[in-house]
Design a protein around this ligand. Structure first.
Ligand SMILES: *[C@@H]1O[C@H](CO)[C@@H](O)[C@H](O)[C@H]1NC(C)=O
Ligand SMILES: *[C@@H]1O[C@H](CO)[C@@H](O)[C@H](O)[C@H]1NC(C)=O
Ligand SMILES: *[C@@H]1O[C@H](CO)[C@@H](O)[C@H](O)[C@H]1NC(C)=O
Ligand SMILES: *[C@@H]1O[C@H](CO)[C@@H](O)[C@H](O)[C@H]1NC(C)=O
Ligand SMILES: *[C@@H]1O[C@H](CO)[C@@H](O)[C@H](O)[C@H]1NC(C)=O
Ligand SMILES: *[C@@H]1O[C@H](CO)[C@@H](O)[C@H](O)[C@H]1NC(C)=O
Ligand SMILES: *[C@@H]1O[C@H](CO)[C@@H](O)[C@H](O)[C@H]1NC(C)=O
Ligand SMILES: *[C@@H]1O[C@H](CO)[C@@H](O)[C@H](O)[C@H]1NC(C)=O
Length: 383
């Protein structure tokens, strides 16, 4: 699949002769494995021009197989010009990141995506992708925690470097769509019940700690008795008005929530806790920040709740006299996810602290199934 020319490039470019650095169009035109990308770019002359003029960039170039899989997954759907423009610009990093710049801990690298539908931040912040080594292989995580692997690294061109990736990046989705795609249906339903969907979807630069379904079930007896105000208080206590990726969190850090109360971050033995709840899937990039999935519902009236890390003991809910219910609360009327290749959170998995980033992959991988409608919406493309 990869032409001889591409394979010989790193060798050629290691020679100290500047004129050997090829232009983007030369590389795209001579590299069989990215001919689909070259074909797509032909329909977008403005992007092609700005990429050709750009310096100090990294292009994540989806392979032909990546485009083929995308089209198969979204057959029959159409994606408009502005969405394809957003998708293409999401594949361009500001700065040169060779494969040796990838680390075993996550880095969140700014892209050239500047469409507010997919990246809406205060102070002109840029939408990011997560870059990390998994088993020494440079890997990218994009919207809905979808992963792409670098299949051919470090193809130098005169504007920077190109990595060929095996899966097209996923455009970040808003919080409510991400929640449904990730099977966080109780949280999605609770946001709807409290009339907070617009607020969390359109706020700029936020972090949300989203409890999984089991967390809502664990306090299920209390939920029907809550006033609207109390539910609103609980939910806004999970939202922080700044973007805090796992790499931004530190032990004993306090974060102020939209509700007004403080959350306390603790990092113990490589696991991240927020009050007494554990982060079980970190760093799900959304249109306006990040979601961390947690295994307990946080209580604004119990800000002193702490993790119980005694071996063999399970964490009690942060709410007094909570008892578990078997039905998932708040889910009537919430669409059920139909398909995924996303890493879905599982309560047995651990989070992504600074020391142990790759553990975010301990979530269950449910192949072929959660993203469903959201995926088709975000991915449909016609070349
Ligand atoms: C997309 O829009 C740009 C700018 O309006 C235009 O130059 C380009 O031809 C369009 N591409 C396609 C495939 O419609
Ligand atoms: C690219 O990066 C180099 C080194 O960091 C810097 O000297 C140069 O000015 C940058 N060029 C552009 C166009 O940003
Ligand atoms: C896409 O579908 C075609 C036709 O079914 C198949 O031949 C091809 O292998 C599929 N591509 C991928 C990457 O799944
Ligand atoms: C972006 O953020 C602003 C300010 O919060 C909001 O008014 C706007 O609706 C948001 N845009 C999108 C596409 O979410
Ligand atoms: C995504 O991660 C899963 C689980 O580690 C792995 O099986 C799969 O091959 C990865 N996909 C890509 C495209 O890297
Ligand atoms: C979604 O969550 C429900 C309830 O927690 C669970 O029964 C179901 O298996 C989950 N679906 C997927 C695809 O993970
Ligand atoms: C969230 O995204 C979905 C899917 O793109 C969209 O239908 C919905 O209107 C968005 N929500 C808001 C409040 O913008
Ligand atoms: C917190 O406690 C106050 C005073 O007892 C009560 O009115 C309020 O409903 C409680 N909030 C929640 C979210 O339980």
């Amino acid at each position: 699949m990869i032409s001889n020319k591409l394979l010989s490039l790193p060798l050629l470019l290691s020679l100290p002769v500047a004129s050997l650095a090829q232009s983007l169009s030369q590389i795209l035109g001579s590299t069989d494995s990215v001919s689909s990308l070259a074909a797509v770019l032909q329909g977008y002359p403005d992007i092609t021009q700005s990429l050709s003029d750009a310096r100090n960039i990294t292009i994540l170039a989806p392979s032909n197989e990546a485009f083929s899989a995308l089209m198969n997954a979204s057959s029959g759907m159409d994606m408009d010009n502005s969405t394809i423009t957003a998708l293409l610009t999401y594949h361009v990093l500001e700065g040169v990141y060779r494969s040796d710049a990838f680390r075993d801990t996550p880095q969140f690298l700014p892209t050239m995506l500047d469409d507010p539908r997919y990246g809406n931040f205060s102070n002109g912040g840029k939408q990011v992708v997560e870059a990390i080594n998994i088993n020494r292989n440079p890997t990218l995580f994009s919207g809905a925690k979808m992963n792409s692997s670098v299949s051919t690294a470090d193809v130098t061109f005169d504007g920077g470097v190109i990595h060929v990736i095996d899966t097209v990046l996923t455009l970040p989705m808003n919080v409510s769509t991400t929640a449904i795609a990730a099977n966080l249906t109780a949280a999605a339903g609770a946001l709807t019940a409290a009339d907070l969907v617009d607020t969390v979807d359109t706020a700029q630069s936020i972090t949300i700690f989203v409890p999984n379904n089991e967390a809502f079930q664990a306090i299920g007896n209390l939920l029907p008795t809550l006033s609207n105000e109390a539910l609103m208080d609980i939910l806004t206590y999970h939202v922080v008005g700044s973007v805090e990726f796992s790499s931004d969190l530190s032990d004993d850090q306090e974060l102020t929530t939209l509700q007004g109360g403080q959350l306390t971050i603790r990092i113990e033995d490589g696991s991240v806790f927020v009050n007494g709840a554990q982060v079980i899937l970190a760093d799900v990039i959304t249109t306006n920040g990040v979601v961390h999935v947690i295994d307990g519902v946080l209580n604004p009236n119990n800000t002193d709740d702490e993790p119980n890390t005694d071996a063999g003991e399970t964490q009690s809910p942060a709410f007094e006299s909570a008892t578990r219910v078997s039905e998932v609360p708040f889910t009537s009327g919430v669409p059920t996810p139909t398909g995924t290749s996303m890493v879905t959170p599982s309560s047995s998995s651990t989070s992504t602290p600074n020391e142990n980033a790759a553990s975010s992959l301990k979530g269950n991988v449910v192949t072929g199934a959660v993203i469903g409608a959201a995926m088709v919406f975000a991915f449909a493309i016609v070349v």
